[in-house]
Every structure is written in structure tokens, then in C-alpha cells.
Design a protein around this ligand. Sequence first.
Ligand code: ATP
Ligand code: MG
Length: 487
Amino acid sequence: MRLESIDSTRDIEIVRDPMARIIGQGGAIERVKVAIKQRRHLLLVGPPGIGKSMVAQAIALSLPEPGKEIRVLHNPENPERPVLKVVSREEVEEKEAPPSVDDGVVSPRSVPSFVAERLGFRCFVCGAISGARERACPSCGANKYKKFAWDQQSSPLGEIITEVFGIGGEGPELEVKTVTTEPSGEERVVVYRRIDDGRIVVLQKGGLEEPAQEKAPQAMKVLVPLGRIPFVRATGASETELLGDVRHDPYGGHPEIGAPAYQRVIPGAIHDAHEGVLFIDELPSMEHLQSFILTAMQEKKFPIIGRNPHSSGASVKVEDVPCDFVFVGACNTRELAGMLPALRSRIVGSGYEILLETTMPDCEENQMALIRFIAQEIELDGKIPHASRGAVEEAIKVARKRALEIDGARNSLTLRLRELGGLIRLAGDIAVSEGAEFIEGKHVKKGIKETRPIEHQLKDKYGSVWKGLERDSYIESTQDSRLEGYG
Ligand SMILES: Nc1ncnc2c1ncn2[C@@H]1O[C@H](COP(=O)(O)OP(=O)(O)OP(=O)(O)O)[C@@H](O)[C@H]1O
Ligand SMILES: [Mg+2]
């Protein structure tokens, strides 16, 4: 396809494969694919906005679905040393075998819809029913397990990846209990239990002495569920976030009124990422935490302990919690120096360091790639119209100019695409406000004016950046002194 042959980005087919949506990084993607196949660690290096996070997310989506569930069991002999248990998918499903009760077996269509949702059958977005193990709704593509978490971050991969961000969107429940009060005041309990990928058994009970207790299951907590999302982004904000913790219990785990130790164990990001990707942006900002990551990478298991010495959790420890993740670190070239040398050498020794491109040659093929990018951004945004050929040509001009200005690359197109995406959205908003059917070249031009950096805007307004800054600090200092008067 050639630029002349399209009227607008509406003519562009958008690919679903998250790797294929990344443009201009062909060489890096080839190496990333090898790394995934061999489960190697990766360090992605490059300036902001060129797709490091996007690559990391695409990797997570290429990995096989996790096959192990991590649990902690109550240890009656020594409650402060809960027992670790790693359970395979087969074992988890065996446990879900039909209970020996002759109450009815029904289809997910004949139970209340919230029950079907919680058991993993019904899509809460479109209402379609599908197998409980299918995370993505076959009808609308939404993540069925994500329940009602709507705080989706905007993401380069849209629908596909918003699921990946839903960390904590755990898998479906095995059992849902409902309690209704009859007019007589009597409580009626109905337990719905998933027995396989398409059926539910309904257990009716007259009173509150309900079936779970009769079976006296072993006291346990699922730390890392099977139906998890294999992409965990850790920020390095705290040790507990990264390595897990044991919560405090004011009653010190007292057998009657306290919470037993095993229930207070919380996995860290390294454990949540077991069998998936642990992604750490701005790696050097993690400072000393890097050495923990290194240990976790080497050992593939890491204990969970109470990290606050003043908490009753401090005496609790779970040994050898698995954390076999593919590590993907990202940083910009300048930050490389702040990286723990041992961690870096570990990646070099058993993985890849990949420098992403900042520009690509200005040829017809790459221009088409840029158009695909624009179409993707428009689809992802969802609120702006398609871009006409004129708009696309303007955007290509901008990409050419930026490649030259920022990277000194002639006959090239920039791959600093976050900024370009921002320009497209702004031009789109302008088109919408004008009621236009398409984003036109003039909207892009107007957008360029409005996206001028603050420094340039200050210069226009005050004559120079410094004058602008001085002005602001003058106002701040007078405000401060006025406030002091009230102190
Ligand atoms: N190579 C690319 N192909 C397609 N889209 C891209 C590419 N690079 C960036 N984008 C777009 O730009 C956005 C920002 O990219 P991303 O968040 O991956 O950048 P980053 O390199 O992780 O930046 P930072 O260093 O600031 O974290 C993406 O959401 C995507 O829309
Ligand atoms: Mg990023």
C-alpha cells in the first residue's frame, strides 16, 4: 500500500498482535522474540516515549498462560511458619470436581447474572456467556476476570493491554454464596459452585450452617492465583511492594480474635510475576532494591517476611516462595550509570541489553508504518475522528523535522512517538470542536502551534524563559510572606 492510495486512516487495517503494533524497532523486536523463547532477561534502553513500556507489555502477552497457583497453608504446629504449597492447574481443577450432593447441576445461564460473573462465565461488559477459563470475552474482548475495575490506564495496546494492567483482577471464584431473608425472617443460603468450564452445581441449604463448614477444608490462602495477569509493573516505591510482607495484627494472631499468620501473608511484585514478566521502569531509581531483584532472579524464589520490625508480622516467615519471572528493565541512556553493576552484568550474562532506535529512514515503507501508528493511536483514543491523507502528510513532516532537530538525523522519521501521538490527539480534539468529519492538515498545523513547549510559550509572553520564571517566583514569595503573617 502507498500513501497516495489511501484517503484516510480509515483505510488502514489495524493489527491485533501487540508485537506487530510496535513500529520502527524491527531489530529490537527480533531480539526480544528470541529472548522470550529462551526466557531471558532484558534491559531496554532509550529516551522517553519510544515504546519501552509497550515492548514490555507485548512480551507479557506472548508468554504462555501461568500454570501454577501459589498458596500458603496454616501450620498448626507453628502458625508463624505457614507452609508453602505450589499447585498445578490440573490439581486446582481436580479440587473443583463435583461435590457429592445431588442438588441440581445447571448452566451458567440459569443462575443470577452476578453469580455467573463472579464464577467467570458471564462478561460484565456485554453479558455474553462463555467458558469460565476464557479470560477474554469471545464476544467483546473484555477481560472477564477484571470485574469492575474501570480505572484503566491508557495504554498503547488498548483493549488487549488494559487487561494486563488490571493487576489484582484475580481469576474467577470457585464458589459464590448468596443469603436471602425469607418473609418469615428465616435465612436461606444458596451456594453456587463451578464444577467445570460450563456447569454450576447449586447447593440449597435451609439455614446458615452451610456446606463449606461441613467439609472443613484445609485452612489456606491463595497468594498468587492461577488466573493472574502475567505482567507486573513494580515502581520500587517500597520494599514491601516488591518483596511482599506480613500484615500486622493488633491481636498478635490470637487464635480466637486475631487473624492467623497465614492469612496476613502478602506476596510482592516478584511473586505476582511468577511465570510472567516483572517490568521495572526507571530501574536505577530503585537504588538498593536492585540487589533484591538480582537475588530473586538468581534463586527464582524469595521468602516473604514481615518487614516492619514493630509489627506482629515481623515474626512470620514463609520460605522459598517461587518468583521465576522474566525480568524486563527499562531506563534511558543517561540512567544506565545508576544501575547496579552486578544486576547489569547478570542481564548481559543471561539476557539482552537492547538499545531502541530513535529514528527510522524516511522511506515509503516507514511512512506507511507511521500511518499505521497514527491509525492505532486514533483507535486507541476512541474519541477522535480518522485522519485524512492531508493530516497524515502533515504528521509525516513533523516526524521528519523532529528526527532532524532532536537526533540530527537527515532523511529520517522520528520514533519518539509519544509526542507525535499527543499531537494527533490534540489535532483530533480540534477537529471535534470544529465538528469536522476527519482530522485535516489544518488541524495538525494548529495542534503544532498549541503543543509548543512551555519554555517557548514563556518566551513569547515574557521575552525570555528566565523572566517568566522570575515573575512566578516573585509571586510565590510574596504569597509566602503574606501567609507567614497569619502563622
Ligand atoms: N515504536 C512504537 N510503535 C508504536 N507506538 C509507539 C511506539 N513508541 C511509542 N509509541 C506510542 O507512544 C506511547 C508511549 O510509549 P511507551 O510508554 O512505551 O514509551 P517509553 O519508552 O516506555 O517511555 P518512558 O521512558 O517515558 O517510560 C505508547 O503508548 C504508544 O502509543
Ligand atoms: Mg515507559
